[in-house]
Design a protein around this ligand. Sequence first.
Ligand code: CP3
Length: 343
Amino acid sequence: MMNGKQRIVSALNREPVDRTPVWFMRQAGRHLPEYRALAAEHSFWERCKDIDLCTTITMQPIHRYKSIDAAIIFSDILTPLPALGYDVEYGGGIRIDPFAFDDVDDWTTFSARKHAPWAADGLRAIGEEHQDIARLGFVGCPWTTSMYLMAGGTGDKEFQQTRATVYSNQEQSMRVLLTVAEAIGDLLADQVNHGGADAVQMFDTWAGLLNESDYRRFAKPATERAIEVFRNKANRQIPLIHYAKGSSHLHEEIRSLDIDAISLDWRDDLKTNRTLYGDAFAFQGNLDPSRMHGSPQAAQAAARRVLNDAGDKPGHIFNLGHGFAPGAQIDCVEAVLRTVTGE
Ligand code: CP3
């Protein structure tokens, strides 16, 4: 029998596995009572920075759901921002210190080791105790990270005001995006070099707000730069997974990035993607996360359809089409896992 690490790494390399590997975006978080208990006692930043809390939280879904194959480090896409001069406050939305274009002149050169070592430290500590599970690092893509930064937090609906600012200040915005890209590439490489991550994921949650030409103009060059920095700094070749919510209109562009796997939104067609592009990319996904809020039977039926759509060809990792919401039901998660593992 393969272990979780072997399953995840093999699937990312499009090699055969003994069963479909599985993990869930936002698996460590508010849907778990054991997480909520720690969250009641410790601030979000404490949960990220305190290595015992961070590793405990990262491992909570692994311990509860025995068949999850990967541990994604407990952290957040906004953890590099304080080093650039912006405090980030969590709780009932996100609040970030005000941003101005001129700030960029004063940004220090970001070093994950120096400024935001927690994710890599946590990954490393987990690796010392658990060799049989895949360890995943992550960052937000420059576009999504910069949306929160420029909006001063959670933002207005679909970042309309923030996108308008970008469209009206294109060169200054590109400078922000490309500078954030340097930080993000370094942060991701640290999770491999120091942390020993087996694979990494880049989240571009808000790329789907852009049409194709604006994606090509703003978000894509910054993601390309972040990947380039990451690949140059990482001390080994490592599978890179890309996720962008609601981005089917951008997939042609996304497929031209230097990535190994695409994590699909639940509205993307897994079967078509696997058929057309399954020889070039591994695919992750793509159960509708709302399936975790209904009956376990309905969740299982939907999970079975995802597995059918994925087919038998190597290179599929079961996941959600976006992260768990706090209301995800544990009995649904367990039922889905039984379907995936065939127990
Ligand atoms: O997947 C995991 O289990 C690892 C942990 C993880 C978190 N954030 C922890 C977290 C991951 C992978 C993220 C990524 C992230 N953060 C993304 C990309 C993925 C996605 O969901 O689209 C984005 C856009 C963010 C930004 C962010 N951080 C938001 C919108 C929020 C919620 C703010 C609110 O309304 O409270 C956060 C906070 C956050 N990050 C929480 C968790 C578990 C919830 C806050 C809490 O538990 O106190």
